[in-house]
Design a protein around this ligand. Structure first.
Ligand SMILES: [Ca+2]
Ligand SMILES: [Ca+2]
Length: 349
């Protein structure tokens, strides 16, 4: 197939379209569209016929112009330079330049800066999510204990805890007995929580009753053997069981731990006065707002108004559940709202 430009058009390089648009040297005077050539497509001879072209037409199969308009005038509009369409010389390969050491160091420095900016934000988000989880689980423990009390008209206390409450006329805290005590920023004092009655334990006793466990994950029998603490065999709490003693969940020892692997501390009003006194937060040095004043932090107050400096701060309710927080630490020598006590997660806060 032979494609010839119209002699008149090529000679002057000036074209006028039926709509009146004037092109000069291939450029539309009003815009960027370029009229390159007007071709007269003619059949080329000596080539075999190929479908899908009908009989009588010859297919060169070499240019798209032939397929577009055989035996017709074709106006080619493009934004490409004329020479580029005419002469397509192969590009000479360009050698690829490698990164220099300085460029690589700059990239690495930028990545390091971005990571340094991003990691603290991720850490804060993770910590906030864990605190939220602890608050949720503390609320679930309180709800489960309240429902248990509604079912059985008493809290799930063992004989030992009840005797301790009767002996001291006080309430009972399920603390860290039998477990590693909380870390403390006061080196001379690292308490095991519990009343001074000689009987101490941790929240495994509570979990055995709330989850209706006859045996712990390690095979040891619980205080709920033969369902004595939960005759209706009701699961009051939805808590996951885990195989480790340093992660969130109820471990093989029956202890329910917070997202940082520390036991939840549970205090229950066992003297029946409707107030709850926790073994840690009862301390004046921890809960008082001001020395010598009965007012306490986070809604606690000193029940012994005649001796506002005594360790008798309590909560106006039956239950107190709390966690040592992300730092896993408590300090009995500083206020509840400062130092390592500040991040503790409290049900009454
Ligand atoms: Ca009480
Ligand atoms: Ca803490």
């Amino acid at each position: 197939m032979v494609v010839k430009p119209q002699a008149s058009a090529l000679g002057s390089r000036s074209f006028s379209t039926p709509s009146g648009v004037v092109f000069e040297n291939g450029l539309d005077r009003r815009g960027a569209t370029r009229l390159d050539q007007t071709f007269l497509a003619q059949p080329c001879g000596g080539h075999r016929l190929q479908p899908p072209f009908p009989q009588g037409r010859e297919n060169c199969g070499s240019t798209w112009l032939e397929r577009l308009a055989l035996k017709s005038q074709v106006t080619v509009l493009s934004t490409f330079p004329l020479d580029l369409m005419k002469n397509r010389s192969p590009r000479s390969p360009q050698p690829r330049r490698a990164f220099t050491l300085i460029e690589l160091l700059v990239v690495i420095a930028i990545i390091a800066i971005l990571a340094a900016m991003l990691l603290p934000a991720l850490s804060r988000a993770k910590r906030a999510a864990q605190v939220k989880m602890a608050e949720t689980q503390i609320g679930q423990i309180k709800t489960a204990l309240t429902e248990y009390e509604s079912h059985y008209s008493q809290f799930p206390a063992t004989r030992g805890a009840m005797d301790a409450a009767l002996k001291t006329g006080d309430d009972f805290t399920y603390g860290t007995a039998g477990l590693a005590p909380f870390l403390s920023s006061s080196p001379v004092f690292s308490p095991v929580l519990g009343v001074s009655s000689g009987y101490q334990t941790n929240n495994a006793e509570i979990m055995a009753a709330l989850l209706d466990l006859e045996a712990y994950g390690n095979g040891m029998p619980t205080i709920n053997k033969d369902h004595v603490k939960n005759p209706q065999r009701t699961a009051f709490l939805n808590a996951i069981s885990v195989n480790a003693t340093n992660v969130n969940g109820v471990g093989p020892d029956g202890v329910y731990r917070d997202p940082w692997g520390q036991p939840y501390i549970i205090s229950i009003d066992l003297n029946g006065d409707g107030k709850c006194r926790d073994a840690f937060y009862r301390r004046a040095i921890v809960s008082r707002v001001q020395s010598g004043q009965p007012g306490g932090l986070f809604g606690l107050y000193n029940a012994d108004k005649a001796n506002p400096g005594s360790d008798t701060f309590e909560f106006n309710g039956s239950l107190m559940v709390w966690s040592a927080g992300p730092d896993k630490m408590i300090d009995p020598m500083v206020s509840a709202n400062v130092g390592v006590n500040k991040d503790n997660v409290l049900s009454w806060k």
